[in-house]
Ligand binder design. Structure first.
Ligand SMILES: Cc1cc2nc3c(=O)[nH]c(=O)nc-3n(C[C@H](O)[C@H](O)[C@H](O)COP(=O)(O)OP(=O)(O)OC[C@H]3O[C@@H](n4cnc5c(N)ncnc54)[C@H](O)[C@@H]3O)c2cc1C
Length: 457
């Protein structure tokens, strides 16, 4: 198996070191298989294979991240500059009026960095502000970056407004500043086609009360990053999802339609975009490990690791995992523990951190099966998290086990199935359901200390 570039899977340094011999860089990949890829000075490119299929014994795990800046197309885009090229020298922003396009962490981080120097900062994006503590999605705006919300709402200094950058145009004004038009708000005295030339001095009238009527010294794009599809040649390029942000992959991390090609790291986040933590190190270190187990069974017939115990140990085992397991906690609703109950009822088998989307394929993915199943997933309450949700409302939490099913904060949920869910059930899951309706469902009441160790009475 070849992996390029190097991905340390474990957060424990000793384990990371033990992984090293198993990994190899793109140039070694090229030497081993000239038909597949060719190194350039600083990177590699993957060329198509004769039949658009990787050989049975060759696997490629792509871990090239999400690093290509998203640059939209609109007239005058060349007057803007990208966050990725921005000077860190705050004095360069002294007294300037700045328009930031975008509303994610990079936009707010940029604003925070220059706010003490600027005259004014306006921020424009298509969607409303999504606060990470309200959505429980760490890719949304972290409180540590949100200083601009204060200067907007408390000081009437800076401002945030909604608009789609694809509907806008930038023009250079006669004094060298940058003027913005959106939704054809400016009234042009010249023919409309002139507006495509942003450097031409065109005459326009700015309507009263147009919020963006002041010109800017700088327009900074903070519109996020996307996967670099140019590393692939022709037929080996995977399909794109989320408007080109991610490669389209299946729940086993394989490229849709390209056998042998897998994805790990932040570029596998299409599977849980805006749902869980698979786009971030603290999340994808567990999904990368899941991919390792999948391939280990598929290629080397090594079953998914499990612990087999007498049934009398099950309760303690579940309580220990609920309290200590990091993978199902960080990758909530995506990875779950699976308990297999065997027909004799005397023992159980415990599998950790299995991708829930593939639970109907458990035997074929893990080499493990039984007669009944319990699945443990960590979940927030339905409709609790979301942009604009009042997650500080009174009565947001309960401590009553009778009300465990209305728990809002992250808490363990146990699904019991007499037989595994079917593919049909999995494919037709309602959008807000994690797993198909089980034969029995048990919520464990949320706990302020996320500590589920009280003695059993
Ligand atoms: C400001 C900021 C703060 C963050 N904070 C956190 C945090 O607190 N916690 C957290 O978990 N995550 C955080 N993240 C996210 C986290 O950093 C990324 O998710 C993570 O680095 C992605 O790792 P990766 O290995 O998938 O990709 P990358 O780290 O992007 O690695 C990709 C590698 O592939 C190489 N590569 C790309 N193309 C080619 C090519 N053609 N040929 C050869 N090599 C190539 C690159 O050089 C790079 O070495 C943060 C990100 C940012 C930007």
């Amino acid at each position: 198996m070849y992996i390029a570039p190097l991905l340390p899977v474990s957060h424990h340094s000793t384990n990371a070191l033990s992984y090293l011999p198993n990994y190899t860089f793109g140039n070694i990949l090229a030497m081993r298989s000239r038909s597949l890829c060719m190194p350039t000075n600083s990177s590699f490119r993957i060329y198509h294979l004769e039949v658009n299929v990787f050989p049975q014994d060759l696997y490629l795990i792509v871990t090239t991240g999400i690093a290509t800046p998203r640059v939209p197309t609109f007239p005058g885009v060349e007057l803007s500059e990208g966050y990725e090229d921005l000077s860190m020298d705050q004095e360069e922003f002294e007294g300037q009026s700045v328009l930031i396009l975008g509303r994610g962490n990079s936009a707010f981080e940029t604003a925070d960095h220059i706010i003490a120097n600027t005259n004014v900062i306006h921020m424009m994006a298509r969607s409303r502000v999504r606060l990470a503590w309200a959505t429980h999605y760490v890719g949304d705006l972290r409180a540590v970056n949100n200083g601009l919300l204060d200067t907007y709402q408390l000081k009437s200094l800076d401002g945030i407004l909604e608009g789609d950058v694809r509907e806008m145009m930038l023009l250079k004004s006669p004094d060298g500043k940058i003027v913005l038009d959106i939704d054809n708000t400016l009234k042009f005295k010249a023919p409309a086609h002139m507006t495509n030339d942003s450097n031409q001095d065109v005459e326009y009238i700015i309507p009263d009360n147009f919020p963006l009527r002041e010109s800017y010294d700088r327009v900074i794009r903070c519109l996020g990053f996307q996967f670099d599809f140019s590393i692939f040649e022709n037929d080996t390029a995977p399909e794109a999802s989320y408007s080109g942000k991610y490669p389209n992959i299946k729940p086993d991390y394989g490229a849709e339609g390209i056998p042998g090609m897998y994805f790990a790291g932040t570029n596998s986040h299409s599977l849980d975009f805006r749902k869980s933590a698979g786009g971030f190190i603290h999340g994808f270190r567990y999904t990368a490990r899941a991919l390792h187990h999948i391939l280990e069974y598929r290629n080397h017939q090594v079953p998914w690791p499990s612990v087999k115990q007498p049934i009398t140990g099950l309760l303690d085992h579940i309580i220990k995992r609920m309290n200590e397991a990091s993978g199902i906690y960080q990758m909530f609703v995506v990875l779950g523990d699976v308990i297999i109950l065997h027909g004799n009822g005397l023992d159980y088998e415990y599998l950790e951190e299995f991708p829930l989307k593939m639970v109907h394929r458990l035997p074929e993915m893990t080499g493990r099966s039984g007669s009944q199943y319990i699945i443990i997933s960590m979940e927030y309450g339905k409709h609790f998290s979301g942009p604009g949700e009042d997650i500080f409302r009174s009565e947001r939490a309960t401590g009553d086990p009778q009300e465990a099913h209305v728990s809002n904060f992250l808490h363990p949920v146990l699904y019991y199935y007499k037989t595994l869910p079917t593919e049909d059930q999995m494919m037709n899951l309602p959008i807000d359901e994690i797993l198909p309706t089980p034969d029995a469902l048990h919520h464990i009441v949320e706990d302020f200390l996320t500590d589920w160790t009280a003695p059993i009475r």
